[in-house]
Design a protein around this ligand. Structure first.
Ligand code: SF4
Ligand code: SF4
Length: 669
């Protein structure tokens, strides 16, 4: 063993020890978060997700141009790692080389050569975009900018030193590479920098080798303190992300747990370790904020900021908590909380829970869970919520609907339609879950009637619950009132189970999602369809026959978030529309999984816009730009928001907003 190896080993031990200590601290900070969240099950499914999201990069490929570039860079870096492994092992055994891997070594060396130049160019370009062009998506605070600049410069140094090492390596071997080595760029540059008689190659090689090692160790130890921490955490974060079964569902709060002092999350201690890991994993790429409807129309909410604030708060507070500093913490820090001081109330109330952020995030961060947890704290622990929610919560509590209508009037929409309730006759194939809007809202009552008429034409044996139906609980749940929500959910589950209901159809995506996906948490396991799926099946089965009348409708379809992004129902509504003879369907600029929210989800239907523009107007503008005379929707909230948008643009004469059921009924034989 040479002196070089001994020095390297000491240096290696020091660097790895500091790195391990930093990682240990990060894990300890994560464990400050006390909310239970067991994600250690289903290793097979989780590994599959890591493969598709992290290695095949399916999420980044949603934007094909940038996605393919990113995919190439990612795999280049994976191969790049082999070169770093080789250098590390050379620290222990100077003569080590990966040459024994044969042709694979050719791939490693050529990638190493080409990538070092490409990465230097990419980093210089990234510095240019950040500091000269000022790309809005990449704009962050001063500390974030410094961090980004430092990391980019470090990466440039890693590559420059590696290239310098390889150039000297070629020269010191008299410009003759081993059998499997392929280093076209180093070869070329060696010819420029060294003459055949040069004897400085050996000393230069040693200099670059050490410089390369020092920068790699420096980079490794800077990462845990940098916003580039995601390099270490994004794959674990993907592994621990929600499995498909519970994807896009809210987790329940155990309201009977008497040990809970705070409901929801006021600070990092009330979050889960996964929510802190989300904070560690944010790359600050801004894709979430770019897709966020609230941010798009100029409101304060930025999903990226929410996640970065969780990380900032963890860094500020967790070290004191793990050191057991219950006293002695400077008063100013002690008095601060994540909610209010880092994340303002208004940001939290501006979220429509549309899931666009979650859908776009390349590292599987779950923004909505954190936002709703913080809303739960505002509502259940602090009783601090916008004033007009008082009436909404009161109505839900007394009338089981967010509007001030009587429960006794819930079934009035069906009068004279010869529709039986479960109480009258529970021998049925399917329960039509009408929902609050379908029961009380004048416009949406027409949709309930249209859908009922279609089912009657198709001779479907269906029933309604009438006055036994209560709000599905979605609005209260998304607004953070888990107590009220669970009260209604449990009563609904009791009613449904008492009648032995198995199949449910609903014309409301929020009811459809809650009943089908979230009621399982409370003992309600049903086969739930949205009416757009149900109608499409009836058409396919020939139970609904459409006229061959060339209706000449120019339509565009608006994807409801709770139908599309939440439950991947994109084709059924479109297929029903396309079945109408003469209907020409034009897609909006943002559609399907990239669809832009109407602005009403997450309880926003019942909240005022305190700042920024109106989301529904942005969406309606996009719908009108298609030149359609009909905006088709499949959700009561979307219908209200789009109708308001059409009124705002004074287009009510030319453009109508209709539900899928109405359009099909108008064209049925
Ligand atoms: S769920 Fe929608 S509104 Fe809420 S932060 Fe994410 S993108 Fe924005
Ligand atoms: S949360 Fe995800 S999408 Fe948003 S900035 Fe962070 S990494 Fe990007």
């Amino acid at each position: 063993m040479e002196l070089k190896n001994i020095i390297f080993i000491l240096f290696f031990i020091l660097a790895v020890s500091i790195f391990s200590w930093s990682c240990r601290n990060l894990i300890r900070y994560m464990l400050v978060a006390k909310k239970k969240d067991d994600r250690f099950n289903n290793a097979g499914k989780r590994l599959k997700k890591v493969w598709t999201v992290a290695f095949v990069q399916t999420k980044l490929l949603r934007d094909p141009k940038a996605g393919i570039l990113h995919l190439l860079i990612f795999w280049g870096f994976v191969l790049f790692l082999f070169a770093i492994i080789e250098v590390m092992i050379q620290g222990f055994y100077s003569s080590f080389t990966l040459e024994f891997t044969g042709p694979f070594y050719s791939v490693v060396t050529i990638i190493q050569d080409i990538f070092s130049v490409l990465v230097i160019t990419a980093c210089l370009y990234a510095l240019y975009r950040r500091f000269v062009v000022h790309i809005p998506r990449l704009e962050v605070d001063k500390a974030g900018k410094l961090d980004a600049a430092f990391i980019l410069v470090l990466i440039i140094f890693v590559c420059v030193f590696m290239l310098g090492q390889n150039i000297s390596h070629v020269a010191k071997h008299n410009f003759t590479l081993s059998e499997y080595e392929v280093r076209p760029i180093s070869n070329y540059l060696a010819g420029i920098f060294y003459s055949t008689e040069s004897n400085s190659a050996l000393s230069n090689y040693e200099f670059f080798w050490w410089a390369h090692i020092v920068v790699i160790f420096g980079f490794m130890n800077f990462l845990p303190y940098s916003k580039h921490l995601h390099v270490l955490t994004s794959i674990p974060n993907t592994y621990f992300s929600n499995l498909d079964e519970i994807r896009n569902t809210l987790k329940s709060v155990n309201l009977e747990d008497e040990s809970l002092e705070v409901y929801g999350a006021a600070d990092i201690e009330q979050l889960s370790w996964k929510q802190i890991l989300d904070g560690y994993s944010c790359t600050e790429c801004g894709r979430c904020t770019d897709a966020c409807p609230a941010s798009t129309v100029g409101k304060s909410l930025s999903p990226r900021k929410i996640i970065v604030d969780i990380r900032r708060r963890t860094r500020d507070k967790a070290p004191h908590l793990v050191n057991g500093e219950t006293s002695g913490i400077p008063t100013s820090r002690d008095e601060k909380t994540l909610v209010h001081d880092y994340i303002t109330d208004i940001e939290l109330w501006e979220c429509t829970t549309c899931m666009a952020c979650v859908k776009e995030c390349p590292v599987m961060i779950e923004h909505v869970d954190s936002i709703v947890d913080m809303r739960r704290n505002l509502v259940l622990t602090e009783s601090q919520f916008p004033a007009n929610l008082n009436n909404v919560f009161k109505s839900l509590e007394t009338n089981f609907t967010p509007w001030a209508f009587n429960l006794s009037d819930r079934g009035n929409w069906a009068e004279g339609l010869n529709i039986r309730t479960m109480a009258e006759d529970s021998d049925t194939d399917v329960l039509f879950w009408v929902g609050c809007a379908g029961s009380y809202d004048d416009r949406y009552k027409k949709v309930s009637r249209a859908f009922a008429a279609l089912m009657q034409k198709a001779e479907v044996n269906f029933r309604i619950l009438g006055t036994e139906e209560k709000c599905n609980g979605d609005t209260a749940r998304r607004l953070g009132n888990e107590y009220l929500s669970q009260m209604m959910i449990k009563e609904n589950v009791e009613t449904l189970n008492r009648y032995g209901v198995k199949n449910i159809v609903s014309a409301c995506p929020h009811c459809f999602h809650s009943l089908g996906r979230e009621y399982k948490q409370f003992g309600g396991d049903y086969n739930v369809k949205h009416h757009s799926q149900f109608i499409n099946e009836l058409i396919d089965e020939g139970k609904i026959q459409l006229k061959d009348n060339n209706a000449e409708i120019k339509a565009t379809y608006h994807d409801s978030c709770y139908l599309g992004r939440y439950n991947d129902v994109y084709d059924s509504p479109r297929n029903s529309l396309k079945s109408i003879s003469g209907l020409k369907l034009t897609e909006m600029e943002r559609s399907r999984s990239k669809g832009f929210c109407c602005g009403a989800g997450g309880g926003r239907m019942f909240l005022e816009d305190e700042e920024g523009g109106r989301i529904n107007e942005e969406r309606t503008r996009e719908a009108l730009a298609t030149g359609a005379d009909t905006i088709a929707s499949a959700c009561p909230f979307c219908m209200t928001m789009l109708n308001d948008g059409v009124k705002h643009f004074e287009k009510t004469e030319e453009v109508s907003v209709k539900d899928i059921a109405e359009l099909v009924l108008e064209n049925v034989n």
